[in-house]
Design a protein around this ligand. Sequence first.
Ligand code: SF4
Length: 376
Amino acid sequence: MYVHFPWCLSKCPYCDFASTTAKVVPEDRYTTALLRELAVRAEGLKAQPVDSIFFGGGTPSLWRPQLVGQVLEALASKLSLLPHAEVTLEANPGASDAGRFAAYRAAGVNRLSIGVQSFQPSTLKALGREHDGPLAVAAFEKARRAGFDNLSLDFIYGVHGQTAEQARLDATQAAALQPEHLSAYALTLEKEALAEEVPLARQLARGEVTLPPDEQVTGMQRAVEEVYAAAGLHRYEVSNYAKAGRHSRHNALYWTGGEYLALGVGATGRLGHRRYSNQRSAEKYLVEVEAQGVPTAQEEALDSPTLFRERLAMGLRLTNGIDLEALCRAYGEDFAPRRAQIELLTRHGLLRRDGARTQLTPAGFDVHSAVCARLM
Ligand code: SF4
């Protein structure tokens, strides 16, 4: 279950999420709309077990805890929440208050994902983030004091002007806090026009900023991985690291072909062989839900070749990899030509076999998309 809250304190220049700012966030109106959307979308789904709820954004830690509690109660009444379901809420260090964190915990949120991005002033400035390192540490400590024993921190590396030493320092400071989970994403900026204005992508296209070369970015990734591994946080996915048993159950559903209901502005859900996306404009979303209950902007039927390609690409993001032969059987694809590719890519040190599973090596992770293209 994914629930989107689109409002933020300010819009970061690299952001291409469905996020926006407002002088006064219409959170009561939004909650009412969301519950209306839930009533329509949850019809006929009562028997489906729900393993995870993720409040993403935007900045859901701007959402009044009482309203988050209302959403959770409605979800519990309309769907079959498994006992011990993972309930995550994304928090921004700039919008993190001890009382709020305790109230989220009391409402049933049991995991926080804090968007630190960096502790270094120059990297935070380059990313246009409004918080600083000490504020991020304070947010983490407040979350612990509020009773969260499952915390994740998000970082970005490969930022313009960032050095490998700074990326390593970020990882060292993050590991010292002893979170259960860490994400470290390389900064990516699409040069093509997007639904939203992404100022940093335009600056990149105009040549006003330059991202570090690929070799330097992969060097940063290696440094980050080394620091985290020494702290007992092992890489289990291209960009994610966790202590034993603390991987993100929510993201694991995306990576292993799970189905997910999604609600809110710009949210994308997949049920069976159908994927839908909601309106990315908050105002359009509100108006459409209020008029007709659902704010669908796009809908597509997923055929077997599409599902096969997605399962292959998502599954190979995991260090555990995929059973490609079983996947081919499930989706009616021919395994024989792919066996030859696996052998070739294994000889080149990009893949390895573990029993029936095909896995990317560290060098393979660097070129994940290219390897997937070969196997498709
Ligand atoms: S806080 Fe996150 S969602 Fe909001 S603008 Fe920044 S990157 Fe985008």
